[in-house]
Design a protein around this ligand. Structure first.
Ligand SMILES: Nc1ncnc2c1ncn2[C@@H]1O[C@H](COP(=O)(O)OP(=O)(O)OP(=O)(O)O)[C@@H](O)[C@H]1O
Length: 490
């Protein structure tokens, strides 16, 4: 036992018998183990069952229904904490330990997911010992010590009630077990996530968990980045998302592939810088500013997204339906696009808060015209687009990787475009976007940009900003490197 640890006596019930054992808590490694009396770490033990003399004797470990293998060893970093179980005068005081295990999915390129495990009850001889065990395990997990509060915002309509279930059955019990200070709000109407983020006490909370989709996260970002102290304080509050929306592009991009994996990310607490873009349509009006963390699209993607909004109940399938329709329609959308290449921003630049260095230049020149913008702006040599995606993240949804190498902390955006294509080329483009092989698809062009401006030229034109519709007017945007923070699961 390393220094700073503790060993407790705590039995478990296996079928009808009680097995005495010791629970050892290693504060240095942040790990917890339980070993039956007489066994040492790594020992094999067997359980003899009267009904079936062979069962239970697995040669390497002992398992019981719904519980992990014994001896139980939980690695530091996977430990969430412990919660006392309800008990009465007839039963021993007891507690359960919460932790995560890794599961490598056979689908989606073997991406790693996490599963929450909760042990069976550890029985203690008295209440004082039970409380001591719980406190020590929580101390060992370190969540209450290493962070301020965790604010959870739940969209109850997201994913047909999956958000509420995830909050009640997964996040709530885990947060209790961790001992971390937390607070849950279930939104009552659209826009509430924005109000919460706009007024949250950043001295008291360092994590904002959104249980919902990209729409709820977008709202919360507007609230946080719209605060007067945003350029100094936005990075003090990290976003985490438990994906229950229909697209979940941000969750897909940061490895939060499902609710349990996302919950693991919250307790792992690995903070990364989040680039955020300002987007303005009336650059002379400060109140007009919106904030983007995902994508700006028009043409194929915005049409398939916005035109299928009434089909949200289909989940991810609505995007497939929309894509098939758009591929067959084969429409192009006309726009004038100007940009500042990310090469214009030298290494170490950025992090300058919410200043609009490039947008300020173009906006004050010739009334904001994109025809002949001042340097370092350039005009894209193309006005007809089928695909136009400006992306801060690799994925627009759980089912694609439109910009596979894009990093939300890089200080630049991927501008992914195609011109007019035949239907066969459209299918190839769609496959490449789904598989993350866009770099090998010769009809798709890439640019790394730090600022952008788009002037709509078609009659039928819709912008989608992080999946939300915004007015069809010339817009200007610029990236703010590392303005925010997020908790990564990668
Ligand atoms: N209590 C509520 N009642 C009705 N609508 C709500 C409520 N709370 C939030 N909303 C709205 O629900 C909308 C959809 O939220 P959600 O986060 O699930 O986004 P989504 O667009 O479905 O997800 P994705 O972008 O990942 O597909 C948000 O725009 C939000 O304003």
């Amino acid at each position: 036992m390393a220094s700073g640890g503790a060993v407790f006596e705590a039995g478990v019930t296996l079928g009808s018998s009680r097995v005495e054992g010791t629970l050892s808590v290693d504060l240095e490694a942040g790990s917890v183990g339980w070993y039956p009396l007489g066994a040492r770490q790594g020992d094999a033990i067997g359980l003899h069952d009267d009904d079936d003399s062979d069962s239970g004797s697995c040669g390497g470990c002992l398992t019981w229904e719904g519980a992990p293998s014994l001896p139980l060893e939980i690695r530091g970093g996977d430990l969430v904490g412990a919660s006392p179980c309800p008990s009465d005068a007839k039963t021993y005081p007891s507690f359960k330990v919460f932790y995560f295990v890794e599961e490598v999915s056979k689908r989606r390129g073997g991406r790693s997911r996490r599963r929450l495990k909760v042990t069976d009850e550890f029985l203690c001889t008295n209440t004082g010992l039970c409380e001591e065990c719980v406190d020590k395990i929580r101390e060992c997990a370190g969540h209450a010590r290493s962070r301020k509060g965790v604010k959870v915002v739940v969209n109850p309509v997201s994913g047909a009630g999956r958000g509420l279930r995830a909050a009640r059955e997964l996040l709530g019990p885990c947060l209790e077990a961790s001992g971390a200070k937390h607070d849950v709000t279930v939104t009552r109407e659209p826009g509430e996530a924005k109000t919460i983020a706009a007024s949250i006490d950043i001295d008291a909370y360092d994590t904002l968990v959104v249980v919902g989709g990209d729409g709820t996260m977008h709202e919360a970002l507007q609230g946080l980045c719209g605060r007067p102290d945003a350029d100094r304080r936005a990075a003090d509050l990290a976003f985490a998302v438990v994906p229950t929306g229909s697209g979940n592009g941000f969750a897909a991009s940061i490895g939060a592939l499902d609710a349990e994996t996302a919950a693991w990310g919250i307790f792992r607490n690995a903070r990364r810088p989040l680039d955020v873009c300002s987007v303005v349509q009336d650059p002379w009006n400060g109140a007009d500013r919106k904030f983007m963390f995902l994508t700006l699209t028009f043409g194929f993607i915005s049409d398939l997204d916005l035109d299928t909004e009434s089909l949200r109940f289909l989940g991810q399938a609505r995007f497939t339906l929309g894509a098939v329709y758009q591929m067959l329609a084969g429409r192009t959308t006309d726009a004038r696009v100007a940009y500042v290449s990310s090469g214009e921003v030298s290494e170490g630049e950025g992090g300058g808060g919410l200043g609009l260095r490039f947008v300020g230049g173009i906006a004050s020149s010739q009334g904001g015209s994109l025809k002949d913008p001042p340097p370092p702006w350039r005009v894209l040599d193309q006005e007809k687009f089928q695909l136009f995606v400006l992306s801060n993240v690799p994925c627009m949804s759980m089912g694609d990787r439109v910009a596979p190498t894009q990093d939300p902390s890089s200080g630049s955006l991927s501008m992914v475009t195609t011109g007019r294509n035949g239907r066969l080329k459209n299918i190839a483009m769609f496959d490449a976007v789904e598989d993350g092989t866009t770099a090998d698809c010769d009809i798709i062009s890439y640019q790394d940009v730090a600022a952008f401006a788009v002037e709509p030229l078609s009659d039928r034109f819709q912008f989608s900003l992080d999946g939300e519709r915004i007015p069809t007017r010339t817009l200007y945007g610029e990236i703010h490197r590392g303005l925010g923070r997020f908790l990564t699961c990668l």
